[in-house]
Design a protein around this ligand. Sequence first.
Ligand SMILES: NC(=O)c1ccc[n+]([C@@H]2O[C@H](COP(=O)([O-])OP(=O)(O)OC[C@H]3O[C@@H](n4cnc5c(N)ncnc54)[C@H](OP(=O)(O)O)[C@@H]3O)[C@@H](O)[C@H]2O)c1
Length: 280
Amino acid sequence: MGSARLADKVAFVTGGTSNIGLGIARRFLEEGAAVTVVGRDPGRCREATGALAAAVPEGRVLGVSADVADPTALEAALDASERAHGPLDILVCSAGVGVVQLVSRTTEEDWQGILQTNLSGTWRAARLAMPRMSAHGGGSIITIGSDAALNGERRLGAYSVSKAAVVMLTRMLALDGAPDRIRANCICPGFIVPGMRGFPDRMAGEPEGDTAAGIPLPPWGRHGTSADIAASAVWLASDEASFVTGIALPVEGGITAGIPEYGEDEWARARAAGRTEEVG
Ligand SMILES: NC(=O)c1ccc[n+]([C@@H]2O[C@H](COP(=O)([O-])OP(=O)(O)OC[C@H]3O[C@@H](n4cnc5c(N)ncnc54)[C@H](OP(=O)(O)O)[C@@H]3O)[C@@H](O)[C@H]2O)c1
């Protein structure tokens, strides 16, 4: 099964039924882990589980529908994962939502909803998973932040705040987890095609179906894919990263590195040398 960098590991992926979480779940299966994917919508859960089973027929995958806002449902999902696959080694917290809105115009409802899923949902999943991991000799927690956690994005006000808090939450989990051999790290993706569900509906004026419209390309010259994020997640989950904990890892084509100010001649040179890539 590939290079099997996660052979015999058991992983639980919140938000594993779509885009980034689904891509991580697939790579984990390919690397030999048994995987449970979690999302609220039971239909999407079934669809994702079927797609994963078809893509990696030798893989062990379970889908459980649960809301990260509900501790009882999350605990039941962790129990189901343990019954199916055994003790937990890896938690990925990819469940997330956002609203395109300035922080000063965010409604009470949107503010509470974004923090409840992105921050409290991540904290809740980690809090429930950690005793299971420590009873089993340790583990790896991977949270999903955003480039907006590092360089706030004005149009994503509350979302940027929630993701910056996820970075600090991850550091606190790293401090708490170290004595129990639990590592915690945050991946901060840039724009990952096709973008988060729900965002396009709320982007007034942007062409339907083109979620990347208006989003600037990073210095690397293309947007990211779930495979880019999955590659980092495999490394952070694996024993190769056994001395890595408490970090926020940007995986975003350099968009948080600074303001590039490339001239057209530099792009022309890159294009002529075939160094530009098109994705999405
Ligand atoms: N895509 C990007 O450009 C991008 C960039 C930076 C960071 N991120 C972050 O990466 C993560 C994944 O993004 P994505 O593009 O994969 O988003 P997505 O396609 O919208 O998928 C979100 C996933 O989270 C689940 N989810 C949402 N709320 C939940 C809840 N309360 N309880 C349980 N599951 C819930 C969704 O399933 P249900 O709706 O069925 O619950 C779905 O599986 C998010 O945390 C996002 O903030 C995304």
